[in-house]
Ligand binder design. Sequence first.
Ligand code: MLT
Length: 229
Amino acid sequence: IKVNFLPAELSREVDLAVVVDVLRATSTIVTALHAGASRVVPVETVEEAFAMKQREPWVLLAGESGGHMIPGFDLGNSPLDFKEKLVRGREIVMKTTNGTSAALHSKGARKIVAASFLNLARVIEEIKKESGSVVIQCAGSGGAFSMEDVLLAGAAASAFEDRLLDDASRAAVFLFRSAKLPLDQFLIDNCDHAKKLFSIGYFEDVVFCAKINMYDLLPVWRENGFVRG
Ligand code: MLT
């Protein structure tokens, strides 16, 4: 099991890519599918999202820029906005700052899943089933290290024997084991993006994204987006 702390383009040599953007894209993808969305399609640009809506007017556009909802979109990137009555049966086209491109850059891998604390147990189960190579791909922030993503990578990697880990995954395990619980408080105290979300009024999102094993659900990539695995 390898952990990429920074964004990378994954190739066919990777059997399983585990994409992580704890705050908030992958937490939101898990929540959207749990609320009944049929598919979450990540896109690179806002223009691409609007073009999809023009072709397929039934889709919902979701995402953020600077943490806030994008004008003209139907939803932001707050997992708490993805209520069943809004998203059940709907396809969601999503554009976020880092998380959606981390997913798209993982497309070379044989299988791609989305991971968050909300579905940690399912992620570990999926890695256990994989006999080939596994990369936990952290989305980071603007090309830089994001501690909350590495914490999640460590939480997942800590379920495996040392001989299966590389130095980066061991470092992630050390970090996770040294984090003081409760996790939401740890994120607010130590992670830049949690502090930013807190400062712009999304404190509840940080608390929610720090919940462990809320959902028994694994988003799996099929064709152009994540569906319930
Ligand atoms: C991202 O993709 O960078 C994040 O999901 C941003 C956020 O909505 O907090």
